[in-house]
Design a protein around this ligand. Structure first.
Ligand code: HEM
Length: 208
């Protein structure tokens, strides 16, 4: 998922500099090799959610359930970051954001490709119009902040589950997580804001 998000962010970032470049990149996203990845990604996403719910239930049980006992002693909650304690809520907010996002973009593009409908011929125009609405742009920014919080914990946690959790790497991975999450979410926010400013005449429109 992190790899997908990185590729997706790189492609979206092209829209800051070039509309033709972004449209061409979207065409690449519609090629069979990339479309093939989508069901695999969706499967990974579902496994990720089920696994997260199971881990949370186990965690609640081991900490004494949803009672005050959980905070009374033996809990490592205080040692965890805010993000670590709220991963499930952050994850749910990300799913809600994805619903909005699919409605805005995916429904007009890849979904049309899958169902034999008419694919949006100008993805950049769709992006510009979407972020041109200041309220939608603001909702996306909130979504990126939620994603940032989720990634700052999720990224290093993924590596720590793979065994990279010794004292030396623990701190390094945390720093790397913050850098990666900030680069990804910062670039996504820049895409939304620059195109919002363009649509509303504050920045000049792209010519090519
Ligand atoms: C500035 C922010 C973003 C823009 C402009 C953007 C743009 C797009 C576009 C144009 C599509 C349709 C591509 C197609 O159907 O060919 C799409 C699909 C998708 N986006 Fe985003 N996206 C953004 C942020 C995100 C974020 C933060 C996530 C994940 C948390 C995400 C996940 C997806 C997924 C899973 C799809 C469906 C798979 C695909 O079509 O490639 N996107 N996005």
């Amino acid at each position: 998922m992190i790899l997908f998000l990185t590729l997706h962010t790189v492609i979206n970032s092209i829209s800051i500099f070039s509309k033709d470049g972004f449209n061409a990149a979207c065409e690449f996203m519609g090629t069979p090799i990339v479309s093939f990845m989508v069901p695999i990604l969706a499967f990974g996403f579902i496994v990720h959610i089920i696994y997260a719910i199971i881990i949370n239930i186990q965690d609640l049980k081991s900490r004494g359930g949803l009672s005050f006992k959980r905070y009374a002693g033996g809990s490592k909650a205080k040692a965890d970051s805010w993000s670590a304690q709220n991963m499930i809520v952050l994850g749910l907010l990300i799913i809600i954001g994805l619903g909005l996002h699919f409605y805005d973009f995916w429904l007009h593009m890849q979904y049309q490709l899958f169902t034999g409908g008419t694919v949006e011929p100008n993805p950049y125009g769709l992006l510009l119009k979407t972020f041109g609405n200041i309220w939608i742009c603001a909702l996306y920014i909130v979504w990126f902040v939620v994603l940032w919080l989720h990634l700052t914990h999720g990224f290093w946690s993924a590596f720590s589950h793979l065994g990279w959790n010794n004292d030396k790497w623990f701190k390094r991975l945390k720093v790397i997580s913050y850098i990666v999450a900030t680069l990804l979410c910062g670039a996504l926010a820049l895409v939304a804001i620059t195109n919002c400013l363009r649509f509303n005449g504050i920045l000049p429109m792209l010519t090519a």
